[in-house]
Design a binder for this molecule. Structure first.
Ligand code: ADP
Length: 496
């Protein structure tokens, strides 16, 4: 499959430390990357640990004075070059991404476009960092606020968006004048490696972006406990995020966290049901249900419940499951056998508690898969809709992170909002209504950092991405995103 990659220099089996591609880890151990659509091993990489992480932090620290002193325009120019190279190699990056994370090629290309847009956006932001001159309380002084890069950044990213979770951290960090040690997910390092290779070609100085991967706990431990690393940017599970937050807190490090979600969709009785059904299926099944803003719980007004359910099931039946690299496939595999087990457990739990299986519910037969015999070894699960779901079910309380759409009933606005907010998470929520007063009221009452009204495609480099409650801290993307990588310094000048 990797033979599809035309620029083979994008495929390296190495980390990047201080501008040197490091192909062998200090103890010579390795780890494997598998294609989730076939189970085949596609690459073997050095399993890096504390030694390499310390070296990467030192490299990032050594070049920091030079990089932060580089004029913002010049940093922006390198970011723009990186953006252009990413787009020029998008077919290759998509092939790598689909091979290691399973998402259909169309979704991979969409992620690459979004990730590249982040890089371009932060190239624009680099030159707009500005401070303030304050009105002093007395004439014997002047008071000024300047913004400076926080320093060395540790970025830890997940497998479900192998590129865009990187670009939304690395691009603002570089734009702000920070240097970075990046640890991508071990499940999807090949996309990260290709991005780092292109960043080098764009002219990023050695050590400004370093790449280590392998033993995640050991690397994470070094990053959060290092006094040199001044900020941690993390996207991933709530369990790991809380652990990193505790350790970063002990060292009073700056922290951005993007953790789990348990996104609700509310379909009110006046909604455009066709639009709602399309939105629910698109959101719930994007990346086979493996995004933190995927619709996880669908609440439908009882007056329109049957019609909405029928529309959703109709759309789900049209999906084509298989190897994401095959043309026309709209639903790829899950990332690991463990992910498959979790979806299976959620479906079985829902059915045992009285849920009505409307479509799907099991692993598809090999003959039903696009992608031929090879795909039979993959982690596929049929897209599933469960009706008459209840709050006792695991799929109400937990993020399923798989292709399951549970439909719950509600009969008043208050009940709908209460159900939606009954979760410790607060990342994204969606609702469908055409009533303006309800639209405002519900948007304000939903305890989520991002709300989609009659729209599920809410992610954009222009808009702040982040959660409330236990979904995280800080915001990525947008005009707010670069502030996460800048310290505010106040300078008081006495005129005596
Ligand atoms: P997911 O369920 O999305 O895989 P994880 O939190 O396990 O979520 O993974 C997100 C990122 O966190 C990955 O890069 C992973 O390797 C990393 N990670 C996992 N465990 C640790 C840890 N103990 N310390 C630091 N990073 C970790």
């Amino acid at each position: 499959l990797l033979a599809r990659v035309t620029d083979q220099r994008l495929i390296r089996t190495a980390g990047l430390i201080g501008g040197k591609w490091t192909e062998v880890s200090s103890d010579k151990s390795t780890f494997e990357v598998k294609n989730p659509a076939t189970g085949a091993v596609i690459a073997t990489l050095p399993r890096m640990r504390a030694d390499e992480t310390r070296a990467a932090i030192a490299a990032a620290h050594a070049v920091l004075p030079q990089w932060r002193a580089t004029p913002a325009r010049d940093r922006a120019a390198i970011l723009r070059k990186w953006h252009d190279l990413i787009l020029a190699h998008k077919a290759d990056i998509a092939a790598l991404m689909t091979a290691e994370c399973g998402k259909p090629t169309a979704e991979a290309l969409a992620e690459i476009a979004g990730g590249a847009a982040s890089v371009d956006w932060f190239a624009g932001e680099a030159v707009r960092v500005a401070g303030d001159v304050l009105e002093p309380p007395s004439r014997d002084r002047r008071m000024v606020v300047i913004k400076q890069p926080v320093g060395v950044v540790g970025a830890i990213t997940p497998w479900n968006f192998p590129m865009s979770m990187i670009t939304r951290k690395v691009a603002p960090a570089l734009a702000a004048g920070c240097t970075v040690v990046l640890k991508p997910a071990e499940l999807t390092p090949l996309t990260a490696i290709a991005l780092a290779e292109l960043a080098e070609r764009a002219g990023l100085p050695d050590g400004v972006l370093n790449l280590v991967m392998g033993d995640a706990p050991a690397i994470g431990h070094e990053l959060v406990h290092s006094d040199t690393v001044r900020k941690i940017g993390f996207t991933g599970s709530t369990a790991v995020g809380k652990m990193l937050a505790a350790a970063a807190g002990a060292g009073v490090k700056r922290l951005s966290l993007e953790l789990g979600g348990n996104a609700p969709v509310l379909v009110f009785e006046d909604a455009d049901l066709e639009l709602a059904a399309r939105g629910i299926v698109a959101s719930a099944l994007r990346n086979a249900g493996q995004t933190c803003i995927c619709a996880n719980r669908v609440f439908v007004h009882t007056a329109v419940y049957d019609k909405l359910a029928e529309a959703v099931v109709g759309l789900v039946r049209k999906l084509k499951v298989g190897d994401g690299a095959e043309a026309g496939v709209t639903l790829g595999p899950l990332i690991t056998p463990a992910a498959l087990e979790k979806v299976t457990a959620h479906v079985n739990d829902a059915v045992a508690k009285g849920g009505k299986l409307l479509v799907g519910g099991a692993r598809p037969e090999a003959g039903q898969l696009a992608g031929g015999a090879g795909a039979a070894g993959g982690n596929f699960f049929a897209p599933t809709v469960i009706g008459e779901a209840t709050i006792e079910m695991r799929c109400f309380k937990e993020e399923t992170f798989g292709p399951l759409i549970p439909l719950f009933r509600f009969s008043s606005d208050e009940e709908a909002v209460l159900l939606a907010n009954t979760t410790e998470y607060g990342l994204a929520a969606y609702f469908y209504t055409r009533d303006l007063a309800r639209a405002w009221r519900v948007a304000e009452e939903l305890e989520f950092g991002m709300v989609g009204l009659n729209e599920v495609a809410i992610t954009s480099e222009v808009a702040p991405f982040g959660g409330l409650k236990q979904s995280g801290l800080g915001r990525e993307q947008s005009v707010y995103g670069i502030g996460e990588f800048l310290d505010i310094k106040y300078i008081c000048m006495g005129l005596n």
